[in-house]
Design a protein around this ligand. Structure first.
Ligand SMILES: NC(=O)c1ccc[n+]([C@@H]2O[C@H](COP(=O)([O-])OP(=O)(O)OC[C@H]3O[C@@H](n4cnc5c(N)ncnc54)[C@H](O)[C@@H]3O)[C@@H](O)[C@H]2O)c1
Length: 298
């Protein structure tokens, strides 16, 4: 095969994102803006296409805010495609997983990803709380996996938290650091401790607010107002919980409980009840607040 027909010639420029939900779609928009080609993968064509539509909407919001011109928007949009299955992972330099926050799901995905990806591709997981070392233990080469934790909404949040697992190679951490900075993000490094730096505090805040609401200490609106005006938080804990997803918040608290066995991480029953009732936040049109115009999360 000569260089011109080698499909891996473009390896340096392509990402493969597994999971086209809130985060996968935001990450696709972000990397496309930075010049990467990106494939958004999900379990069905409908979900992958919905993820792409949300990525395009995120780009449109940048245009409406005057932060992006139409030509750049069109160019970025043209760099996003969709897939079902991992065939196109073989031409990616970075495979980034943004599937649901469940260890078994992520481990099974990385088994399949490793079988399909190029041998020198970097593997990233966007987990917000699961141990990177444990996710990576299913890999033949766990040294290539690193936690690259983006924040929601991806285009607006300037932070990326980088988390090497116990076996992650230093060159992989350096590549991930360069990648995040190329996207214009500020990088903080955390050890592979449950919930890392950011999620540990976030989960406790949301859980404590839910306990206060359940105990009748204050109303939903007063609790949110108290944190916005009292601490200069841009949104209250319930607004934040709806943005993150109540199911994701509960999954994170379960990870913290499993990791530390400390009662301070016991999940407020109100949160579990909301998940059982399908009140997951913005993505399900109802959480602590109603969201009448459904679809797309951030
Ligand atoms: N929501 C947030 O605010 C936030 C912030 C930072 C990190 N995270 C993390 O990012 C990850 C994704 O979270 P999200 O909020 O985007 O979830 P989400 O539920 O919006 O999206 C997950 C997507 O993964 C897809 N999926 C499920 N199984 C799959 C499979 N086997 N193969 C491919 N796709 C599959 C689902 O269909 C869905 O589209 C989680 O690990 C979460 O903890 C979330």
């Amino acid at each position: 095969m000569n260089a011109a027909s080698d499909p891996r010639r473009s390896v340096g420029e392509r990402l493969f994102v597994v999971g086209a939900g809130i985060m996968g779609s935001g990450i696709a928009a972000q990397v496309a803006l930075a010049g990467y080609f990106v494939t958004l993968e999900d379990v069905s064509a409908e979900l992958a296409e919905r993820g792409k539509a949300n990525a395009l909407r995120a780009l449109d919001r940048q245009v409406h805010k005057g932060l992006l011109d139409l030509v750049s928007r069109e160019e970025a949009a043209g760099r996003i495609d969709v897939a079902i299955g991992f065939r196109r992972a073989s031409i990616a330099s970075i495979v980034l997983e943004a599937a649901p926050e469940k260890l078994e799901i992520k481990q099974e995905l990385f088994r399949q990803i490793e079988a399909a990806a190029a041998p020198d591709a970097l593997f990233a997981t966007n987990t917000s709380s699961l141990p990177i070392t444990q996710i990576g233990q299913v890999l033949r080469d766990p040294g290539r996996l690193v936690g690259v934790h983006f924040f929601n909404p991806v285009l607006q949040m300037p932070l990326v938290e980088l988390i090497p697992g116990a076996r992650t190679r230093p060159d992989i951490v350096e590549r991930a650091d360069r990648f995040a900075k190329k996207l214009g993000k500020t990088v903080v490094h955390s050890k592979d401790s449950p919930g890392f730096v950011t999620t540990r505090g976030l989960a406790v805040l949301i859980n404590e607010a839910a306990w206060m609401l359940q105990e009748g200490v204050a109303t939903r609106d007063d609790i949110d107002t108290a944190y916005r005006l009292g601490f200069h938080h841009p949104m209250g804990p319930f607004e934040l919980a709806d943005l993150v997803g109540i199911d994701t918040a509960v999954a994170i608290l379960d990870v913290l409980w499993d990791g530390f066995r400390d009662p301070k991480y016991r999940v407020c029953p109100l949160l579990r009840q909301m998940v059982a009732a399908g009140r997951l936040g913005r993505k399900s049109a109802e959480g602590f607040y109603p969201y009448p115009a459904r679809g797309g999360g951030s």
